[in-house]
Design a protein around this ligand. Structure first.
Ligand code: MGP
Ligand code: SAH
Length: 247
């Protein structure tokens, strides 16, 4: 029977280009005036979301509050090199870009055609567009037909208000529960990386590993940017042994 590891590691992702936060050009000021109050908080973090933000990175409202900060996406991508990764909820490309940068080929799926266009555009800015196949589609319908070495899951958490809940449960994930999302991913591969809210119920994460028999190896990592906890990443199957566990 495979070993189940429940060690939680803290991973402080180094922030990127902190200095750039201090310099706001005139065109940027104009953009700042136009953005919605919801997006404003994330706009101030723009260089930790995409270090090449100033080269023309584009996001829509959901993209702003959902994109994985670059340093975290880069850490997550280090657990898999030179393999085929299915990014099942690819958004504006924060993760797909980092997987491609670490030598993986990526199948980036999103149900929203605008997101797919934005992620294609952003991937080209990072020079990795050729390593990503972009698909507009519903992950749940596509999953039975997909094969890959790693499935990456960063589904919607229900918007920025997720953090008002004391304990976030897998049932609160969208558009289906975390259990359904995980089961759909198991059709592709047992090597799954799941990016989850920082207030997630940790007991439920280990329940996911028991959906397979024998239970999947599991490693859980807390993801910090500039010392602030941003999310939690659960690595299942072979990803549990390859993820970085440096405190
Ligand atoms: P946050 O907690 O909304 O922001 O999102 P912040 O700045 O930590 O809030 P503060 O008020 O506590 O300071 C933190 C990170 O979580 C974002 O940068 C995204 O990477 C991730 N995230 C947030 N949401 C709402 C989602 C989501 O719906 N889906 C996914 N996949 N990631 C999300
Ligand atoms: N990791 C991404 C953010 C993902 S946000 C990044 O770094 O950019 C979650 C995404 O899931 C949203 O873009 C949303 O359009 C997409 N989504 C929601 N339901 C989906 C479904 N059934 N199939 C595929 N994508 C879906």
């Amino acid at each position: 029977m495979k070993r189940l590891t429940r060690k939680v590691t803290k991973r402080r992702s180094r922030g990127i280009a902190k200095k750039k936060h201090m310099v706001i050009s005139k065109p940027e000021m104009a953009i700042a005036r136009e953005i919605s109050p919801l997006v404003a908080k994330y706009w101030t973090q723009r260089f930790s979301l995409f270090s090449r933000y100033n080269e023309g990175i584009r996001l829509d409202e959901e993209g702003w509050y959902s994109v994985t900060p670059e340093a975290i996406a880069s850490d997550q991508a280090k657990s898999c090199r030179d393999v085929l990764v299915i990014d099942c909820f690819s958004g504006v490309g924060g993760n797909a870009i980092q997987f491609a940068k670490s030598g993986c080929h990526v199948l980036a799926i999103d149900v929203d055609p605008q997101k797919v266009e934005l992620s294609r555009h952003n991937a080209n800015i990072y020079g990795v567009g050729d390593y990503i196949d972009f698909i507009v589609g519903d992950f749940f319908l596509l999953a039975p037909f997909l094969r890959g070495n790693v499935a990456f899951l960063s589904p919607p958490w229900g918007g920025p208000d997720y953090n008002k809940i004391e304990t976030f449960t897998l049932g609160m994930l969208k558009p289906q529960s975390g259990y359904s999302i995980f089961k759909a991913a198991l059709q592709i591969t047992p090597n799954i990386i799941f990016f989850l809210p920082r207030n997630i119920d940790f007991n439920q994460i280990s329940e996911l590993s028991w959906l397979s028999s024998p239970p999947l190896d599991l490693q859980v990592q807390e993801n910090h940017v500039f010392g602030k906890l941003k999310g939690v990443t659960a690595y299942f199957g072979s990803c549990a042994s390859t993820c970085s566990s440096v405190p």
